[in-house]
Design a protein around this ligand. Sequence first.
Ligand code: PMV
Length: 361
Amino acid sequence: MNYLDAPELYLKGEVDPGNITWRSPSNIALIKYWGKYGQQLPQNPSLSFTLDQAFTETTLQYRLKPEPSNEISLNFTLEGAANPKFEARIKSYLTSITGAMPFLKQLELDFRSHNSFPHSVGIASSASGFSALALCLCSLEHALFGTLDDDEKFRQKASYLARLGSGSACRSINARLALWGKTGLVTGASNEYAIPIQEGIHPVFFTYHDAILIVHAEEKAVSSSTGHQLMEQHPFATVRYEEARRNLHRILEAMRRKEWDDFGRICEMEAMQLHALMMCSNPSYILMNPSTLKIINLVREFRRTTQHPVYFTLDAGPNLHLLYPDECAHEVENFIHSVLVTYCEQGKWIKDRVGQGPQQL
Ligand code: PMV
């Protein structure tokens, strides 16, 4: 599918000003995307839970430019305040997709974004942020040209555009469980956009909880894009991409058969491989900190003594995501309150769970 060349999406007449709002969630990868090629294409397929409580809400206000120009005209605010750093990133993103959406140059665009989670908790907002933005752009295209009536097509294009902003953002377009990246294991899987997976997965996984333990709230020292870049020369890159494919196969089997200990072991293995790759990159870096390790050991000890199927995963930072089913949620959350919060920054954690995907407001 080539969305990038659509000269027909050019406005020829008057346009009434309007506004569009989407709420889009963050997601947590179970099988990690780490390493890319070409135009933000993944080296291996990844799988994620779409979250519920951690989301971005974005409103786009648009009107025709009084005078035509070749530049993107953009205003961006986050939590009601100007944010020049994000504004510059979004401007360069919008400029890069004007082949797909030439009408963007004909409009004045005003984006207002708000995150449900405080900016200071160190949760990456790029997945929720870019998915909300891409959904607004697709709704705008549809409002102006009536081109995206079909819901599946709409989501596919939104996921494709979100991917160009931030790879993992393409998965957030889908409810519950999303797969991004070509694999023979799932029909319709693509490197260009993510698809939802539901068939054959045991429903217990759609009611899973995700407790996000905030170990350290500051922006990470090494960005994901640097991490992806370091994979290009990484001595273990080939092995990692094969291993991710094997883990995808294993985790889908575990999720079909409701083998939640196998599911959890694969999640932990994926988190550890991701951080091991960082530690033996050149240059090497470490994003876990002493509290991350402390919590990992405490969770493993809790699991051994209680037999509750609670497992952790990590994204590219020190914060932990604890994944567990409904049936032990009470005990796990007591354990978080009574023991784990001690190791969280200012006792902060977010009680999240698998969610139903984005919503137009
Ligand atoms: O989407 P990016 O470029 O921020 O990369 C995300 C990488 C991980 O969060 C570590 C893994 C993933 O699949 O989400």
